[in-house]
Design a protein around this ligand. Structure first.
Ligand SMILES: Cc1cc2nc3c(=O)[nH]c(=O)nc-3n(C[C@H](O)[C@H](O)[C@H](O)COP(=O)(O)O)c2cc1C
Length: 375
């Protein structure tokens, strides 16, 4: 493990929580139980968002196969699709796991991810028990796009700003001041709208993005969409490299809209370059889920070394100094046109200023470009 991951070089404090580094395992297979979460921490990750949990009587039945890959013509994996549901483990087992992980890695940040049906007592019980079992913060899953929306959960809530505000309010009422991040669905026209609703409900930040609703492919022999389960499929959630540009845009939109709101950036992070881009777009922490699934937990070593080198190169003393640095370079398309016209005019004036340039266009406009007051 690289020292920079744990020696404080890359530490960042978000909502009062000190992360030894800004790299967090996103909710999913790399955080499905205590053994795997401890492996992530052993490799050096600063935080883990546990696989989404619900109360034990929630009906969760997964199917197989449930993943699919998109390859580039050269054969690299560039996109990944899943039709996986939230955890199928009893919540009592999760409570044991949270305690075990926190006891083993007290200096790392453990975030419980929770999802429930539209019921105040259920959300509040789940939130309180998750915190009582040792989680430092909560992430509210308003965003899984497949399976759960059929029962009014996940993205079905995230696409309804009034519900996002109300449910976030239920949770923050009992969260005892712990940070609460609402995880946003990208399957919506304007991600700023549910983000603002989460804040009104008392969230201290958002995580963006969950997966993008997709179909990874069709088998041309059988005409069946994939992944195929008993001959059929369902739309799933798209992740990994291909989604990064969309995630970066959405993180930037939220950060520009609410500059003092914590954003945990997620979507397609596979290298330090990707992670740094999310920081520059305003994220204060960066999550990765499919990255460690396909590349292993050790990918965090390159994330740490690359970020440390980047900070040195730009004379940034801390990770905080880099956050949001690229946002000021976004403007409207209209303004881009104006900037380009101004640059062209300045160049024409500069050229006309030299004696060798006279005669290249008509003499009257050359003279005009040198007149200070237009009469
Ligand atoms: C197999 C799989 C299972 C996932 N399960 C969850 C989940 O239980 N809860 C959740 O909030 N997000 C879940 N996600 C979404 C990821 O946490 C993440 O938001 C998304 O995949 C985009 O990030 P990535 O490109 O780094 O994977 C899952 C993603 C994958 C690929």
């Amino acid at each position: 493990m690289s020292n920079v991951l744990t020696d404080g070089t890359l530490a960042v404090t978000v909502n009062g929580l000190r992360f030894l580094n800004p790299f967090i395992i996103g909710s999913g297979p790399p955080s499905t139980n205590a053994t795997i979460m401890n492996k992530a921490f052993a490799a050096g990750w600063g935080g883990v968002v546990a696989k989404t949990t619900s109360l034990t009587d929630t009906h969760v039945v997964n199917v197989q196969p449930r993943y699919g890959k998109l390859h580039s013509p050269a054969g690299d994996s560039i996109g990944f699709q899943n039709i996986e549901l939230i955890s199928d483990r009893p919540f009592e087992d999760w409570e044991d796991d949270f305690r075990k992980v926190k006891a083993t890695y007290p200096d790392r940040i453990l975030i419980g991810s929770i999802m429930e049906s539209y019921s105040k007592p259920r959300w509040q019980e789940l939130a309180q028990r998750t915190i009582a079992a040792g989680c430092d913060a909560l992430e509210l899953n308003f965003s899984c796009p497949h399976g759960h929306p059929e029962t009014g959960m996940g993205a079905a809530m995230g696409q309804n700003p009034a519900m996002v505000e109300e449910v976030t309010g239920w949770v923050t009422e009992v969260a005892g001041g712990r940070p609460v991040w609402a995880k946003m669905t990208p399957n919506i026209a304007d991600i700023r709208v549910p983000s603002r609703a989460a804040r009104r409900g008392g969230a201290t930040g958002v995580a963006a993005i969950n997966t993008i609703l997709s179909t990874i492919g069709i088998n041309l022999k059988t005409l069946r969409p994939t992944p195929t389960v008993e001959g059929y499929s369902t739309f799933g959630g798209y992740s990994y490299r291909a989604v990064k540009p969309i995630a970066l845009r959405m993180v930037g939109e939220i950060a520009m809209d609410q500059p003092d709101f914590a954003v945990s950036g997620i979507g397609g992070v596979t290298s330090s370059t990707d992670a740094i881009e999310f920081l520059l777009m305003g994220a204060s922490t960066v999550q990765s889920c499919t990255g460690p699934m396909l590349q292993g937990f050790e990918m965090v070593t390159e994330l740490g070394d690359g970020l440390a080198a980047f900070l040195r190169q730009h004379n940034f003393n801390t990770v905080q100094d880099a956050i949001g640095q690229s946002l000021k370079y976004f403007t409207t398309h209209h303004h881009l046109v104006e900037l380009q016209a101004a640059k062209k005019a300045a160049k024409a004036a500069e050229l006309a200023n030299r004696d060798t340039e006279w005669g290249k266009s008509d003499i009257a406009s050359e003279t005009g470009s040198l007149v200070s007051s237009k009469e």
